[in-house]
Design a protein. Structure first.
Lengths: 371, 393
């Protein structure tokens, strides 16, 4: 039982924080949002820092690091509400290295690592909500390889990505495919989401596809769990900074002739925010520490973590705006952008009620074995 | 980072588990597992069993006869005791006053008081709160006047937990009214059999007398019972509070009670009611999150890195969880938790409890009793003040 970070992890944190503070200013982010919500140059800078390669196996030109390293990176990027979806690099490297045939790994993992290829998970369907076993997309065997027909929604950076990881029905069960964005039959409709980042509707009409695995549901669960752990870590970074911004504001804003940080009603609200932040941080650690556990244990842990994180995010986000007063609901001031990020993270990979249902359904006699 | 305990820590846990299993009397653990009433003999009986093994002072360093365990070992010991259904160690002697005597008492006092605490023979009580001094503890008025080689004590303490069983009592008394309130307080040990000490039990909302008023009427206390220096008592009391760390979260007991809640929900037919079950699921998430928070604090203590100043958060969340499980247990039984039949809360009662499930008898009483947890030990509102101070300055 050890919650300390290694020296390497501390150095990684410092490096990412330095880039966020110096290289990813709020002005740069605002410009990126105005330009569509995805900045390929910033993605390239993340790659230069080694972040796209972080969890790619060393055999495929990656750094072969683990879930805690990924967590550290996601936290720090969250602190700067960075738009570029680093979680997608973690997801792609995890799914491909665990499930893809050797030749698919060799073809794609080095390009994921270098940042040359942005590979994103395209799993969301209209009727599925957060259920991973609900999938209407259809795959068919073609002369060489497969084709996939599907409509996938809110796909991160969907019209900028180089390839999609797509679940689709094959012979009555879910399989996972890789589809290149420039392939025939692929159309995308891109847009900016509430948090300022980019997403797209992705239409696949008999698009040529490469099979990743026929064990698609298990692979999809790993993909989403990797995404949940990253989302939790990102949320911790966002909340940590949100609390800091709020504290700074309260210590310089005066009303009735005194700093508003002197009012007990507001001080108690801040104490409650700190509570939610630390519970969230604890459960983010828990999620990343459980990412390598057997599937059932891993799934249960992710659900628990997302229930805590979802509650924490909503409370911290809403209260940060409230404690700022009028300035909190403006676009100009930074805190509203943190609030919107937290709001979107709550509904990413399953919201609080969905995961509460998962916890509830899995609940059994567990005394003494939470850790 | 690693969630697993080390092989040595696992082995330690196994050792504790085996010993507790072999030495905790079954009739006592039966009462704890079913929230039945514990007698003084139950509580002190277990204390003496631990004392004989040298584990009643489980937090003590070796130089004072303790086991010298690490923070993690102490946590594992408490967890194994809690899960096995051991009564909670009455903390006033071994956990609260002993560290003060070790740190600030003289050699004579250490020799005189520590053995009785370590063995569980002497029952200690706490004399802090007064009718006019609750959250504002530094305003205590109970007066100790130095006359020759004695102090003459006059005043009143209250909320003295289990004081009706007490042999000795440690007190914050006023020895000076000069300067700030904190600087006129002394830490004085009083033999509760002294002439002029009156203990009056206070009946609480659950029907039990868990706390007492203690009156001092010209009580003569030998000056040698003063700990440390006169007027330095507040400093010593703060040291005492710093000894209550992760155990104030009481997460181990909450883990045990969560399982009891699940059993009650099944018996009462609400386990399959998703609206009810989701509430248990939320509590389960709360308990896992609290456990992770506790483990983070332990890890920080172990390595000395990333120290976490979050005792206030542990108190707030831990107490809210205790209240919540008790509330859900009571709500699970609903109207069948309402009959107030005190005999049914005693072990071995053979009567017919309304509805037929005697296990429902103590549910409402426990719910009422645990309202204290957000009030005692520094109310949760005072804790929020402390947390806010660390965040906002």
């Amino acid at each position: 039982m050890d919650f300390d970070f290694s020296d390497d992890q501390e150095q990684l944190r410092d490096a990412v924080r330095k880039w966020v503070d110096k290289g990813y200013t709020f002005e740069r982010r605002r410009a990126a949002v105005a330009a569509g919500g995805f900045d390929r140059a910033a993605w390239g800078e993340l790659a230069e820092l080694g972040l796209t390669a972080l969890t790619v196996p060393e055999a495929h030109d990656g750094m072969g690091q683990g879930a805690i390293d990924a967590m550290v990176v996601a936290e720090e990027l969250g602190r700067g509400i960075v738009l570029e979806p680093i979680a997608q690099a973690f997801i792609a490297s995890s799914v491909l290295s665990h499930y893809a045939p050797a030749e698919v790994q060799s073809a794609w993992l080095p390009r994921v690592a270098s940042g040359e290829a942005l590979v994103v998970l395209a799993q969301q369907e209209r009727k599925a909500r957060y259920r991973l076993d609900v999938c209407e997309a259809k795959a068919a065997k073609a002369q060489s390889g497969y084709t996939v027909t599907a409509i996938k929604s809110v796909v991160p950076a969907g019209d900028k990505a180089d390839a999609f990881i797509v679940p689709a029905q094959l012979d009555g069960k879910i399989a996972l495919f890789l589809v290149e964005r420039t392939a025939s039959g692929v159309t995308t409709q891109g847009y900016v989401t509430q948090d300022g980042s980019r997403a797209a509707e992705v239409h696949l009409a008999n698009a040529p596809a490469t099979l990743i695995t026929t064990d698609g549901l298990a692979a999809l669960e790993l993909a989403v769990d990797t995404g949940i752990a990253a989302a939790c870590a990102e949320a911790v970074g966002v909340m940590d900074k949100t609390v800091a911004i709020t504290v700074e504001y309260m210590n310089q804003r005066k009303q009735f002739g005194v700093f508003i940080s002197s009012f007990q009603a507001l001080r108690h609200r801040v104490a409650d925010m700190k509570m939610q932040l630390e519970l969230a941080r604890s459960m983010s650690y828990y999620a990343s520490l459980k990412l390598g556990a057997p599937a059932e244990e891993r799934r249960a842990a992710m659900a628990r973590a997302k229930v805590q994180l979802g509650q924490s995010m909503r409370f911290v986000g809403q209260q940060a705006v409230q404690l700022h007063g009028g300035i909190g609901v403006t676009d100009e001031y930074i805190v509203s952008h943190y609030f919107k990020k937290l709001t979107q993270l709550e509904v990413t990979f399953g919201d609080t009620l969905h995961h509460l249902g998962e916890v509830s359904a899995r609940m059994q006699d567990t005394a003494g074995v939470f850790a | 980072m690693d969630l697993a305990f080390t092989p040595e820590e696992q082995a330690f846990r196994e050792e504790i588990r085996a010993w507790v299993h072999a030495n905790l009397p079954k009739e006592i653990s039966h009462k704890v597992h079913n929230a039945l009433r514990l007698t003084r003999e139950d509580m002190q009986g277990w204390a003496k069993i631990l004392g004989k093994k040298g584990w009643l002072g489980f937090g003590w360093p070796k130089e004072f006869g303790g086991p010298g365990w690490t923070a993690v070992q102490k946590h594992l010991f408490e967890e194994e005791c809690a899960l096995a259904g051991a009564p909670r160690i009455v903390p006033f002697g071994p956990v609260m006053v002993a560290p003060v005597i070790m740190a600030f008492g003289n050699a004579e006092q250490q020799k005189r008081f520590l053995p009785g605490i370590a063995s569980g023979e002497v029952w200690w009580s706490q004399g802090y709160s007064e009718p006019g001094s609750g959250s504002d503890l530094a305003s205590v008025k109970t007066r100790a006047e130095r006359v020759g080689d004695k102090y003459i004590v006059n005043g009143q303490k209250t909320w003295t937990t289990l004081g009706q069983h007490g042999d000795w009592m440690f007190n914050l008394v006023r020895t000076s009214t000069e300067g700030k309130p904190q600087t006129g307080i002394s830490f004085l040990l009083v033999d509760m059999k002294s002439k002029g000490v009156t203990v009056r039990p206070i009946k609480l909302l659950d029907g039990e007398c868990e706390v007492n008023e203690v009156f001092f009427d010209n009580v003569e206390v030998p000056a040698e019972n003063l700990i440390g220096e006169e007027n330095k008592g507040w400093t010593y009391a703060k040291h005492l509070l710093s000894h209550e760390r992760t155990n104030i979260a009481d997460v181990n007991r909450s883990k045990r009670e969560l399982e009891r809640l699940k059993r009650i929900a099944k018996t009462e037919g609400v386990w399959d009611d998703l609206r009810f079950r989701d509430q248990i699921a939320l509590l389960e998430v709360d308990i896992v999150a609290l456990e992770m928070l506790v483990l983070r604090v332990l890890s920080a203590e172990k390595s000395g890195k990333n120290s976490l100043d979050i005792a206030g958060l542990l108190k707030i969340k831990g107490s809210e969880i205790q209240q919540r499980y008790a509330e859900l247990m009571m709500l699970a039984a609903g109207p069948f938790a309402m009959p107030f039949i005190e005999e049914a809360m005693e072990a071995g009662w053979q009567g017919n409890f309304p509805g037929g499930v005697t296990a429902n008898a103590p549910l409402a009483s426990t719910y009422f009793n645990l309202r204290k947890t957000t009030i005692y030990g520094g109310s949760n509102e005072v804790q929020r003040n402390i947390v806010a101070q660390t965040v906002l300055g």
